[in-house]
Design a protein around this ligand. Structure first.
Ligand SMILES: [Zn+2]
Length: 201
């Protein structure tokens, strides 16, 4: 079944975290699944990211050969999650995880002269297509900036990583309209059941 790459699936606030969040329920081994199990989802994700992440990337994202690039994308996705889940939980960055992450970034970027990054355009010249895995690596590297590191959070409902861009760092959920409401509904259900049990008993 193909995935509907809706706005909700881009709740990470930055391309690197949206990509990391393509593994659903990552911390629940019994229920986790990978939306990129079918490599054909990678170009579909990249096409949606070209729209939802336009303000960040400023270039359309291209996937020339999904099968060929799938292992690079998956490896970088896993090392990005391994590195940044710790600071999102208030812990320090690990040297080993950092080394693995940088190696995977290098694999994605090596030899890709079309990047042409500059201070004004970290993802290179606007409007020319950029390979998705290159954009993913540049986006992931930007998470090392202190301004981004301090905004990393983990959604308590679904476990997704996201950047809290609110001014006072008050965001709790990856997406209030999905995870916030589900949690509210659960609490409401528990409360009304307890009240009913009280009146019945
Ligand atoms: Zn969530």
């Amino acid at each position: 079944m193909t995935v509907a790459w809706t706005a909700h699936r881009f709740s990470g606030g930055i391309l690197a975290l949206d990509t990391t969040n393509t593994v659903v329920l990552r911390c629940d081994p019994a229920r986790r699944f990978d939306r990129f199990d079918d490599p054909a989802e990678i170009p579909r994700f990249a096409a949606a990211a070209s729209i939802f992440r336009r303000p960040e990337i400023g270039r359309p994202l291209a996937v020339a050969d999904a099968e060929a690039v799938a292992s690079t994308v998956r490896a970088l996705r896993e090392s990005t999650d391994a590195l940044f889940r710790r600071p999102a939980a208030g812990k320090g960055l690990e040297a080993g995880a950092m080394a693995g992450f940088l190696r995977d970034c290098a694999t994605a970027i090596d030899g890709r002269e079309e990047l042409h990054a500059s201070a004004d355009a970290p993802f290179g010249p606007p409007d020319k297509p950029l390979a998705f895995e290159v954009a993913f690596a540049v986006s992931a590297l930007s998470l090392l900036l202190p301004a981004n590191l301090k905004r990393l959070k983990i959604c308590p409902n679904c476990g997704w990583l996201f950047l809290d861009k609110s001014r006072n760092l008050s965001r709790l959920w990856c997406d209030m309209s999905v995870c916030g409401n589900r949690t509210k509904a659960r609490h409401h259900y528990r409360r009304t059941r307890m009240q009913r049990e009280k009146t019945d008993g």
